[in-house]
Design a protein. Structure first.
Length: 205
């Protein structure tokens, strides 16, 4: 089977969408964002801009929620309840990246968190981690939560300035492979992302 992973993060705005675009540029994967909260500038729009992907590589989102809030609250304000049964993997064997919402413990409804969606989809997780102070705690907690739910961890991607001692701590204490490091980019573009080589063959995940 080809590479199919869920891209999740230690928290919101950690760089999940950029990492999804990076994966797509290096694997020609399809993209799926099951829950989108906030519609002014969607993650799908960013993906299309950074990768040039057309409709054939974009799987429609299951829930498009107007307000940029935690999914459970955005859904409540929209008058709907997120139903876990709506999260079915798209057919086909092509490479696929699924982007989560916020961090792993973000609520989707009264009973389920993003981590429950990841577990239900049955794909290995890739954790996006900041490089700045505080990342060790956030990264190790997220890795522990994923493993407690028996979710395979395919690796981690670092997002931010190069901080070697934080990278070493995440690798060592988290017992996780670093798949790549995306530093601050000026600009963030298809060309600058494509120039960042993965540290392993992403299609082997």
């Amino acid at each position: 089977m080809s590479m199919r992973v869920t891209i999740t993060g230690t928290d919101t705005d950690v760089g999940k969408t950029i990492v999804c675009a990076w994966f797509m540029l290096h694997t020609h994967a399809r993209y799926w964002k099951p829950v989108q909260a906030g519609l002014d500038e969607t993650d799908e729009t960013t993906i299309r801009r950074l990768t040039g992907a057309g409709d054939d590589r974009i799987v429609p989102t299951a829930y498009a929620l107007p307000e940029p809030l935690s999914p459970h609250e955005a859904a409540r304000r929209a008058g709907i309840t997120i139903d876990m049964n709506e999260f079915a993997l798209p057919a086909g064997e092509e490479p696929l990246v699924v982007e989560g919402a916020g961090g792993v413990m973000v609520p989707l409804n009264d009973n389920n968190l993003v981590i429950d969606m990841i577990a239900a989809l049955g794909l290995p997780a890739v954790l996006v981690c900041r490089t700045a102070l505080g990342t060790i705690n956030h990264s190790l907690l997220s890795l522990e939560a994923l493993r407690a739910r028996k979710i395979p961890v395919a690796g981690a991607v670092l997002s931010g300035p190069d901080v070697p001692h934080n990278r070493a701590a995440i690798e060592s204490y988290g017992k996780v492979h670093i798949l790549g490091h995306i530093p601050p980019l000026q600009p963030v573009s298809r060309e600058t992302l494509q120039a960042i080589a993965p540290e392993i063959d992403l299609l082997s995940l």
